[in-house]
Unconditional design. Sequence first.
Length: 487
Amino acid sequence: MSRFDSIADEISALRFHDGRPSVEAAETLRDLLLFQRAVQTYLWALPLLNTLGMQVGSEAAFGAGYHVLPIWKRRLDANTQVTTPNSDILYAMSYVDLGADGPLVMDAPPMLQGILLDYWQRPIPVDGGSFAGDVGLAGPDRGKGGKFLILPPGYDGPVPDDHFVYRSGTNRVFIFLRGFFQDPNDLAPAVAHLEQTRVYPLGNEADARPMVYPDASGVPVDMLPLSNGSAFAHLKELLDAEGRHLGGADWLGMLAALGVEEGRPFQPDERTTAMLDRAARTGYKISRMIGFQEEVNGVSYRVYDDRRWINPFANRFSGDANTDIDLTWTDNTHGDRDLDARIWFFTNYYSVSPGMVSRVPGQGANYFIAFTDASGDPLTGSHSYRLTLPPDVPAAIFWSLTLYDADTASGLANGQPFPSLGSRDLPVAHADGSTDLLLGPEAPEGREANWLATVPGKGFFGVLRLYGPLEASFDGSWRPGDFELLA
């Protein structure tokens, strides 16, 4: 029996008199109803709370508006608390409001890579039906750049013929751009490339606010999913900006039952405020529990039958709306949404698009995630491990391994400049071409070039990324070793 069994037994045994609850029982059941609704609403809204967490943290540190595009110009280190960032490329992220500013144009240079997402982090569909979200090589411009028009829900006005048209499901839009560099010691070209991006209102380019590109590198900022009672206040603000297209009638009703209604004051009393805070903290902990599972609702995320590596896209998603599950986690055969699979993703990660999950050799990236060592035990900073990569890593651009804090899924603050090690760091290979990556709290003497530091007493997990993945990374002919416990 779990601890919850005794709690459930106590609640289910609450006394009724003549078919009616006692005063004490009624009060307990009302509290339970509020708590249950708030926890389930938190879990339903986790994609929104993931996006809102990034927006709230970013705008507090760098400012707000369509003209503000923070860029991590010296790469993203552990000072930036955000789920599973990649410190081996440059990031630029902004949050725009089509409800306030109307349709917006993103003018992008050639070879800019990015994703346009609504606030549910659904890839925004592009007119024509062949693309969603992606900008760049995987997008409608095919890497040539151009003008990307982002329209609010229900927009039926004219659109310029020479723009790529993205029709968002929400007024708020998340712009996520990535910059690639050749030399880690010379990031200026990648920064300059990102700074060619401009965002302005449709038909008002001349009078648009001038773009600013704050340097976000090294700035302590919390951009993690909202995980306390403030989550519901921010959902209220978002609902006022979005209206009924934020969700269906049932879920809007769940929000309303918590006092979160469009156009009405959100003024919970002291007891309700405390209950909502408990519910948000509980919901976040539940999401963390779900997020470390290797199988969700009977679907295994294991990439290989003889290794611990997982990938949520390898066995279930294809990015094709005609398959059983699409990139909104909706089963297109039966019409239901896999809520646990969506929770699994948004507690540890953010942003997804067809280009990200492409299994076409040479395009996008291939991701391998490890929560445990070869024996299935959770990875912990008190131990030392070896990860062996066989010769000829099938990555046309580069590969890297990044470590993340198990508490938050943010980059592990391990005392090194970045919690990652990859091919561009030139780790020493064996004579046969294989490479051992060594993880632990102490640097192995003479092998510092192959070492990633861990933190004693702190759990972590790892993500191996192959950029420009080749066929061998998809067909299983090349397989990374598991994390092998050394001490």
